[in-house]
Write a protein that binds this ligand. Structure first.
Ligand code: AMP
Length: 112
């Protein structure tokens, strides 16, 4: 999508701190980390949020989750939080599906 920040990051038009890439997804460090480890994993195809996942793209979404598990193992993360904000009230600022992966500090529940 032309005006999507994360599509531009995938295309290399905007620099990012890449952790992992394959044909379906891209992982990079969050520019404003909220924990000692905070990265984002996104599908390469433009999906606005979890609310747009259906049978036509659920395999990609599942792959993104398996990559999160793989990266967490590789990085030695035993405890971590995965968050995906959907819509403005929940705090979504970029309308391209992304999973925040946060680790390295104590976390509270419920989230703010
Ligand atoms: P959300 O607010 O849930 O939509 O998450 C969007 C995330 O993207 C925020 O945590 C931002 O800090 C992060 N972000 C925005 N621009 C960039 C960028 N250029 N590189 C890496 N992370 C970014």
């Amino acid at each position: 999508m032309n005006d999507c920040l994360f599509c531009k990051i995938i295309a290399g038009e905007i620099p990012s701190s890449k952790l992992y890439e394959d044909n379906l997804c891209y992982a990079f460090n969050d520019i404003a980390p909220q924990a000692p480890t905070h990265f984002l994993v996104i599908p390469k195809t433009h999906i606005a949020s979890i609310s747009e996942i259906d049978d036509s793209n659920s395999a990609v979404a599942g792959h993104v989750l398996s990559v999160i598990a793989q990266l967490a193992k590789e990085l030695g993360m035993e405890s971590y939080r995965v968050v995906s904000n959907i819509g403005e009230q929940a705090g979504q600022s970029v309308r391209h599906l992304h999973f925040h992966v946060l680790s390295g500090r104590d976390m509270t529940w419920p989230p703010g």
